[in-house]
Design a protein around this ligand. Structure first.
Ligand code: GLP
Length: 236
């Protein structure tokens, strides 16, 4: 079960998430941090940028790795690469995020190479995770095995529907993702969720049966998960 669950009002969500991340990062001299995209961590990255600019947070020792990417079009404004350019790169002192090459000719080989690069860094120390409406972690969709590793995946319809809000007609059908094995091998996990739409899946992930039907439910078996929720996401 998670070590702790913090539930905060919506306006304090980003700061509480950031405080959680900074507390975890202090445990490591050079933390290897897996970073999610999506709406959930936007405020966290913004607050981290403000603190770093004021000299109150120091990310210079952090080694950031993206946890997933859409296949194709890395320069599209909705790609994770573009997302990190907007939300991560402006953070003072932040190292460039290591990322999948979604245009690689051999995507399976690219996934394996990325996993090797992460392993070369010592693996994740901290996995920062959002949660998909269907319980996915990164792009580990329902049906993903607990021991799945970095690979190319087909996005489920719920994930494509969420992506469509940004990508429109260009919505990718496939993604590259770290597997549940690499994510859950991180000794520290920070799970973030906000908004009423996440209440049902958060409850299922944290209290429901542990099964590949809801990949986030495997977090129940992880020894050190910090969960930060806003009140709406905690309602279930
Ligand atoms: C996306 C990403 C995940 C992210 C999740 C939630 O598709 N693959 O890494 O955590 O879905 O996104 P959001 O924060 O926008 O709800």
């Amino acid at each position: 079960m998670p070590r702790r669950v913090d539930t905060v009002p919506a306006e304090r969500f980003a700061r509480a998430a950031l405080d959680g991340l900074i507390a975890l990062a202090r445990r490591y001299a050079h933390p290897v941090v897996g970073l999610p995209t999506g709406k959930t961590p936007v405020g966290l990255y913004g607050e981290l940028g403000q603190l770093a600019a004021q000299g109150q947070a120091d990310v210079r020792t952090w080694r950031p790795f993206a946890i997933d990417e859409y296949v194709g079009m890395p320069n599209h404004p909705c790609s994770n690469r573009s997302y990190f350019s907007r939300h991560w790169n402006p953070i003072s002192g932040a190292a460039t995020v290591a990322q999948f090459d979604p245009e690689a000719a051999d995507l399976e080989a690219e996934a394996t190479a990325f996993a090797r690069r992460l392993a070369g860094a010592g693996g994740l120390d901290i996995a920062v995770l959002g949660i998909g409406l269907n319980g996915h972690l990164a792009f580990n969709e329902p049906g993903s095995a607990r021991n799945s590793t970095a690979r190319i995946v087909t996005l489920h319809s719920e994930s494509r529907a969420s992506a469509e809000a940004c990508w429109g007609d260009d919505t990718p059908t496939r993604g590259l993702t770290l597997g549940l094995a690499e994510l859950l091998a991180a000794p520290s996990v920070l799970l973030l969720a906000n908004g009423a739409a996440k209440a049902g899946i958060v409850a299922r992930a944290l209290r429901g049966p542990i099964s590949a039907d809801c990949p986030a439910s495997f977090l129940q078996e992880h020894p050190d998960v910090t969960v930060v929720l806003d009140e709406a996401a905690a309602a279930g």
